[in-house]
Design a protein around this ligand. Structure first.
Ligand code: NAI
Ligand code: MG
Length: 334
């Protein structure tokens, strides 16, 4: 799952549109203070790129991502689907990771939330190509393969082990979807046998949606199929108080991309108002993926300190500071 530590890393950097370039500048400002040798290869994608080059995602950009150790992505605007969904497909990024964690001085439902959603990213009820109109209306095909589900469930348990998590929760709807989600549930417990030290439980997705609100502290690692993961992820973002704080990772055999969950935020773009923490937390996920845990811990602790102090915060967190003032403060706290 993680690449091994190296002397230097080639990082593809796609700032993209709107606040994408602002939060990227802020994250790289702090990364540069970490004493790791990063070589950034900037690449274009998004609305501006489409205007300039006639393509939202040029082949050159895909090649740069393919040849890099990892990719940092800011945000795209209206072309987001053509850019990010295509990158995931082209580079076979099968795992979508969304950590949900409560930080101080934020609108979190509880101050002890700390779980991650491991979402299958390649099949299930999420593939536009598998939809068609019929005489009666329309039909969408939900494909569940042993290969893809085994791969994501293995990933979740391995993640749990490597990150000292004590429990993995499998989420499905096997009471109704007895064959497809029945298979998911069977595979979940098959894989679990290889990890006797990790506790397991499985819930129906509807019940999970409720438990995430009534007892979010109980979850550590959630593994689920594509659409359920999509929905629960946004519920997760709501639990801990906002888009400016939520990072994500897309991991595959041919590449890994780290991006904040938010978009290009045209309403605040170009004003220095964007909260760079989601982008910074995405960069921290990249550091962990690269095996640079010590630097990741240091970066994470600095963000925590800044949030705890509560003096330098962006508007979305109730403060008056700019994107780069927050970056400066994080850097000073490393
Ligand atoms: P959005 O995430 O850009 O913004 C939603 C709201 O949250 C806005 O009020 C914005 O100001 C605020 N916000 C978002 N990130 C913030 C941050 N870091 N700091 C402070 N406030 C923040 O979503 P929206 O408005 O639905 O979409 C805007 C554009 O972004 C659209 O063109 C959409 O297609 C694109 N988009 C791109 C994504 C991507 O590149 N992965 C994901 C979501 C949307
Ligand atoms: Mg979504």
């Amino acid at each position: 799952m993680n690449t091994s530590k190296k002397d230097n890393y080639q990082i593809a950097v796609i700032p993209g549109d709107g606040i994408g370039s602002e939060v990227m500048e802020a994250a790289i400002y702090v990364l540069d203070a970490l004493d790791i040798d990063f070589n950034y290869i900037y690449a274009e994608a998004g609305d501006e790129c489409l205007k300039k080059n006639g393509a939202a995602l040029p082949d050159k950009t895909l090649d740069i991502i393919r040849n890099a150790d990892a990719c940092l992505f800011g945000a795209a605007g209206e072309t987001a689907a053509d850019v990010i969904v295509k990158i995931r497909q082209e580079l076979k990024m099968f795992a979508n990771l969304r950590p949900v964690k409560s930080y101080p001085n934020t609108q979190s439902l509880s101050d002890k939330i700390d779980f991650i959603i491991v979402r299958e990213n390649t099949e299930g009820m999420y593939i536009a190509d598998e939809e068609r109109y019929t005489d009666e209306g329309a039909v969408a095909k939900r494909i569940i393969t042993r290969e893809a589900e085994e791969r994501i469930i293995n990933y979740a348990f391995k993640y749990a082990k490597e990150h000292n998590k004590s429990k993995v929760t499998g989420v499905h709807k096997a009471n109704v979807l007895k064959k497809s989600d029945g298979l998911f549930k069977d595979i979940f417990y098959e894989v679990a046998e290889k990890y006797p030290e990790i506790a397991t439980e499985d819930y129906y997705v509807d019940a999970t949606a409720m438990y995430l609100i009534t007892r979010p502290e109980d979850f550590e690692v959630i593994v689920t199929t594509n659409l359920f993961g999509d929905i629960l992820s946004d519920e997760g973002a709501g639990l801990v108080g906002g888009l400016g704080l939520i990072p994500s990772a897309n991991i595959g055999k041919d590449g890994a991309l780290f991006e904040p969950v938010h978009g290009s935020a045209p309403d605040i773009a170009g004003q220095g108002k964007a909260n760079p923490i989601a982008m910074m937390l995405s960069a921290i996920m990249m550091l962990r993926y690269l095996g640079e845990d010590e630097a990741a811990d240091k970066f994470d602790a600095a963000i925590l300190k800044v949030l705890n102090d509560g003096n330098i915060l962006t508007g979305d967190l109730g403060g008056l500071s700019t994107t780069m003032e927050l970056a400066e403060e994080v850097k000073n706290n490393l």
